[in-house]
Design a protein around this ligand. Structure first.
Ligand SMILES: Nc1ncnc2c1ncn2[C@@H]1O[C@H](COP(=O)(O)OP(=O)(O)OP(=O)(O)O)[C@@H](O)[C@H]1O
Ligand SMILES: O=P(O)(O)OC[C@H]1O[C@](O)(CO)[C@@H](O)[C@@H]1O
Length: 323
């Protein structure tokens, strides 16, 4: 056990995601039990650069396990992309006598830590916190399940109006350049078609169906925001084929990032939060904590940020169900 860890810094970075507060609660509790001082760093890398450090009290964190967003706030930091910014961040860590860092964020956050490790020798442990589910080394990222549930709730509502009017709806969901939210939300609502960045065949399947569309029912298409055509171009191609169709586009947007975390995300945050403190005490460094096949696993940052592939079985499922 590495008893040199007396003071840990923790921050949330990139897009917020439901479950981040649950992870912060578990980190604060595990630190307290192990007599480790914990400093929260506000606004991700921005707060590291500005020295914006706060106390995280476990008894207060306990009360926000159920809340979405991140109590530490988060940011995308252009200053951290510069060596000058990273040197300021290092100075603040040294000045505050921080022995180790826990970062909750997505692939950009871990790329940042990889670059930072060239300058800073402190051990880092990451927790996958992004709704996109675009990281290797974990079956699910924190917030993905909640975001899919939010998308499903909203698309169910759109179906009511789509069926009443016999309309085609193209519904854009988040995920950056990854189709996981679209696949899960689309299958979960019984969509007629799902368009994702990873597939070249989905648009062909959609066109085949639209050719036979009789305008006597709803037609629901879930489109990942990173899809190569996207909702607008897809809509214009459908109109070219059949100018008479009644079609609407809805972009679900940031509603997918908000709301209370699902049970799954609360548990994921709590498991990974506690594990990250134990990992640092055990001498782990530059790894991301994740759950693979329901087992806790630690994967080096350089492996988790490699291009994430959509699960082959899900990809085949779209073909099997002709969606
Ligand atoms: N190559 C890099 N070098 C240094 N810092 C980086 C690098 N890539 C990203 N970062 C830092 O990490 C921050 C977070 O990354 P980003 O904005 O891509 O979000 P993310 O962690 O991928 O989360 P999300 O998936 O929710 O968007 C960036 O704003 C930037 O400060
Ligand atoms: O909130 P912002 O900075 O506009 O970022 C939106 C992006 O962040 C995410 O919500 C999380 O990475 C993506 O799905 C989306 O493309």
């Amino acid at each position: 056990m590495d008893t040199n860890i007396k003071h840990i810094g923790v921050f949330t970075s990139g897009g917020d995601s439901p479950g981040m507060n649950a992870a912060l609660y578990a980190i604060s509790k595990a630190a307290e039990i192990n007599n480790i001082r914990l400093s929260g760093i506000r606004r991700g890398y921005e707060g590291l650069i500005d020295g914006d450090f706060v106390k995280l009290k476990p008894n207060e964190m306990q009360k926000i396990v159920h809340r979405g967003g991140t109590v530490l706030k988060t940011a995308r930091s252009s200053r951290f992309l510069t060596l000058e910014g990273r040197k300021l961040a290092l100075n603040n860590l040294l000045k505050n006598k921080i022995d180790a860092l826990i970062a909750i964020g997505g692939d950009g956050t871990f790329k940042g830590l990889l670059v930072f490790s060239e300058l800073c020798e402190l051990p880092f442990v990451g927790i996958p916190g992004t709704i996109d589910n675009d990281l290797a080394g974990t079956d699910f990222t924190l917030g993905f399940d909640s975001a899919v549930n939010t998308a499903i709730d909203n698309i169910d509502k759109i179906r009511d109006t789509a069926e009443s009017h016999n309309r085609i709806f193209l519904i854009e969901v988040m995920g950056r350049d990854c189709g996981y939210i679209a696949i899960n939300a689309g299958l979960g609502v019984g969509a007629d078609a799902i368009l994702i960045p990873e597939s070249g065949q989905d648009f062909v399947r959609l066109l085949d169906k639209i050719k036979n569309y009789e305008s006597e029912d709803a037609f629901i298409v879930v489109v990942a925001e990173g899809d190569e055509l996207g909702a607008e171009i897809t809509a214009s191609k459908i109109k070219e084929l059949n100018p008479e169709v009644d079609l609407r586009i809805t972009k679900l947007g940031h509603v997918q990032r908000g709301g209370n975390p699902s049970a799954l995300d609360r548990m994921l945050g709590i498991r990974l939060g506690a594990a990250s403190v134990t990992a640092l005490m055990n001498g782990e460094r530059n790894v991301m904590a994740g759950i693979l096949d329901n087992q806790l696993k630690f994967t080096p940052f350089d492996s988790v940020v490699k291009q994430h592939q959509v699960n082959e079985e899900l990809y085949e499922l779209l073909k099997t169900l002709n969606t």
